[in-house]
Design a binder for this molecule. Structure first.
Ligand code: GDP
Length: 193
């Protein structure tokens, strides 16, 4: 896959607006501020294709990006506390609406901050992915903020908290240092091929 061809495709404000899948889809989910936009930009080799540090809680959309014949789906960041109930309902509608459709789900990348225990919403997302049998991997973000030793400890703690089988793919990543990006790309390639 040639990530240098990455291009923004479209943004959708409700799941009913989503057109049927055109290509295999690789979806990215995580709480607001987890580092999702930064990681997408790193994957795409671009500074600001996905919007970084947009005001948390601003009106959210599902954004599609294309790389060759694969669509990358940026799901709205969940769990920002300081927003109105109506906005939270919109997030759920978008995220659940997306997953409830018949789509070409090639892979879901569930992003979780490596520094902290997973939030209830993170746990809910991973449980949902496990129960539905969707193919998913975990990307642990901001790995550069921990020492190697702390990193190892957190990977083990999060695996335990999320009840992941031993062989389930968990990749410590850093958008800042590029850690884990090659492995993430490899897993994506395998999933879409
Ligand atoms: P999003 O809301 O999930 O899209 O998160 P952003 O990509 O906007 O990142 C949120 C904040 O975390 C920003 O201040 C980023 O600079 C910071 N951040 C994102 N990724 C990393 C990373 O790999 N390392 C470090 N140290 N900071 C990061």
């Amino acid at each position: 896959m040639n990530y240098n061809t990455a291009a923004f495709k479209a943004a959708y404000g409700t799941s009913s607006q989503l057109p049927p899948s055109e290509h295999p889809e690789v979806a990215f989910a995580g709480r607001s501020n987890v580092g999702k936009s930064s990681l997408l930009n790193k994957l795409f080799n671009r500074k600001a294709l996905a919007k970084v540090s947009s005001v948390p809680g601003k009106t959210s959309t599902i954004n599609f990006f294309s790389v060759d014949d694969v669509d990358f789906v940026d799901l709205p960041g969940y769990g920002f506390a300081k927003v109105a109930k109506s906005e939270k309902a919109r997030w759920s509608e978008l995220i659940e609406g997306y997953f409830n459709q018949e789509r070409r789900f090639a892979l879901v990348v569930s992003l979780i901050d490596i520094r902290h225990p997973a939030t209830d919403l993170d746990v809910g997302m991973v449980e949902f992915l496990s129960e539905t049998g969707l193919p998913f991997i975990i990307a642990l973000t901001k790995a550069d903020k921990l020492s190697n030793m702390q990193r190892g400890k957190q990977v083990a703690a999060l695996r335990k908290q999320l009840r992941l089988p031993k062989d389930h793919v968990v990749i410590p990543c850093s958008a800042e240092k590029g850690t884990g990006i090659d492995e993430l790309r490899k897993r994506i390639e395998e999933a879409v091929s």
